[in-house]
Design a protein around this ligand. Structure first.
Ligand SMILES: NC(=O)c1ccc[n+]([C@@H]2O[C@H](COP(=O)([O-])OP(=O)(O)OC[C@H]3O[C@@H](n4cnc5c(N)ncnc54)[C@H](O)[C@@H]3O)[C@@H](O)[C@H]2O)c1
Length: 312
């Protein structure tokens, strides 16, 4: 019999596509989507949905018991740009939701957990190029501090209580099905929407701001791969570095100009510039490649083709 899976925060940028991919693999009725708000039509129509607040332990426990859930993917969080505006709310959501799920696993009520970390765990003192798995980590954002603490707790729960928790540090994610939810790399999605609508985009990040990025299909592939990897292959229980490509706003713009020749980009950096400046430019993901066979499929050129074709 197929296992039952719960996704918390299923209506967001990643959760939407993850839910659809897991339903495709395990069957619609085996993948329970949940969130504090309703999602897009394809998500809501394709399988069970529960209204669920990730900060409420007993509400999650009820859903887990009712559906006999084995695995939880915790995608609910407050992202980097929004978290700078509401530090305490971000800390409360990002940490308590994680403790709730880790404690359910500690008590044996679920057997496996996926929790995403981020390149935001790194900070201004981290070496920027080809940033290694273990390096200086002094995050300077509320979001980064919550992700780094989360990583420490995941490793702690694995070592002390044997909780099977798995994690990757996602870079900025580019997708067309769902809009991004308040991160610093949102510009790399908005730019495609604006290119099609107005042939013009004003970037909130400055020219030359090179950041690690990934097309959503690769992010979903990585998420499913690490969850399926044999336990004995996993050597990192905090969170794995993960990479696909790195680019600056002018590079994504010129990949768009190759398809839409009269597209124009201009620059009006805002508070998000400082967040971006504190993050690495490129990531060394050799440990993920070695341990569980990670390999990305999309570069910037393919990503631009997919984005423009699907948004058109
Ligand atoms: N998107 C990226 O580029 C990116 C990069 C690195 C890491 N991540 C991480 O991946 C995870 C998912 O990110 P995303 O981009 O899909 O975020 P998102 O903001 O698009 O989606 C988050 C979802 O969580 C829901 N949510 C908020 N508060 C909730 C609560 N109390 N209970 C239940 N649901 C709640 C929201 O309604 C939303 O649907 C987060 O942990 C995020 O930090 C994302």
């Amino acid at each position: 019999m197929a296992k039952n899976i719960l996704i918390i925060g299923a209506c967001g940028q990643i959760g939407t596509e993850l839910t659809l991919a897991l339903r495709e693999k395990y069957g619609n009725d085996h993948v329970i989507a949940s969130d504090i708000r309703e999602g897009g039509e394809s998500l809501m129509a394709s399988g069970p949905f529960e209204s669920l607040d990730a900060t409420q332990y007993s509400a999650i426990e009820d859903v887990v018991m009712h559906y006999e859930i084995e695995e939880v993917y915790l995608m609910a969080a407050m992202l980097s740009a929004t978290a700078e505006k509401f530090p305490m709310r971000a800390w409360n959501l990002n940490m308590n939701s994680l403790f709730n799920v880790l404690n359910l696993a500690k008590e044996g009520k679920i057997s496996k957990v996926f929790w995403p970390s981020s390149i935001a765990v790194f900070g201004p003192n981290t070496p920027k190029e080809n940033t290694s798995q273990n390096t200086i980590m002094e995050p300077s954002t509320v979001y980064g501090i919550s992700k780094q603490s989360g990583e420490r707790w995941c490793e702690y729960y694995f070592k002390k209580y044997g909780v099977d928790v798995r994690s990757v540090r996602y870079p900025g994610l580019i997708s067309w099905k769902t809009l991004p939810g308040g991160g610093t790399t949102d510009y790399a999605v908005e730019i495609y929407h604006e290119a099609i609508k107005n042939k013009r985009y004003t970037s909130f990040l400055q020219k030359g701001t090179k950041l690690p990025m990934m097309f959503m299909e690769d992010a979903i592939k990585a998420t499913m791969a690490i969850m399926e990897a044999p336990t004995e292959h996993l050597n990192i229980r905090s969170s794995y570095n993960l990479a696909a490509m790195s680019f600056a706003p002018e590079e994504i713009a010129s990949s768009i100009t190759a398809e839409i020749p009269d597209f124009i980009i201009d620059y009006e950096p805002d508070f998000r510039q400082e967040i971006a400046d504190s993050w690495p430019s490129s990531i060394d993901d050799s440990q993920a490649r070695k341990d569980w066979g990670w390999e990305p499929s999309f570069d910037l050129k393919n990503t631009t083709k997919e984005m423009l074709t699907n948004l058109n």
